[in-house]
Design a protein around this ligand. Sequence first.
Ligand code: FES
Length: 208
Amino acid sequence: MTASVTFDALAANASDHDAERRQMVLLTAAAAGVAAAAVALPLVSSFAPSERAKAAGAAVEADISDIAPGAVKTVEWRGEPVWVMRRTPEMLAGLAAQDDQLVDPASVVTSQQPAYAQNTHRSIKPEYFVAVGICTHLGCSPNAVATGSANPSVGADWKGGFFCPCHGSTFDLAGRVFKNKPAPTNLEVPPHQYLAEGRLLIGEDNAA
Ligand code: FES
């Protein structure tokens, strides 16, 4: 399943519902756990290979040719949301200005991204950022927060990024976590590769 939306629209929808989202996340997590338990047996007994493969982490292909500059498409992989963001030149320029505020600006923690995303933009192509949309603290879903937001958890010099409503962690537009926040590491970049222009494979790469 995929969905594409502009970053600003994502940010606008997210701004006033932190408490509700916290509750929803907890309920969703609980429901997901129940659902996983409920479907586990049918999957085993029906030998549905595609579903079993998906649950095991099979790669998923995504058409990213329709993502407008500044927009984000969400692709489901391993039952988790994976964001594919098409960053504008302005968004990329903002990444360079705040290294001193970040826990791991150079992606030194190798478990959080493949080697080909161990760079300041944390991606193969600077324009596209691919990340698992799950907070590295306790697994909530961060919200998009645009530049100029009134969110008190971001500073006046905020360049855009993501805010986790559960305990306040903030991440920049490369998923790099800011200092003095509960999340210990940057957002995870999953294995991925480009099959062709506009075609992305998530969950598998051709790294040796
Ligand atoms: S789960 Fe995101 S800050 Fe705690």
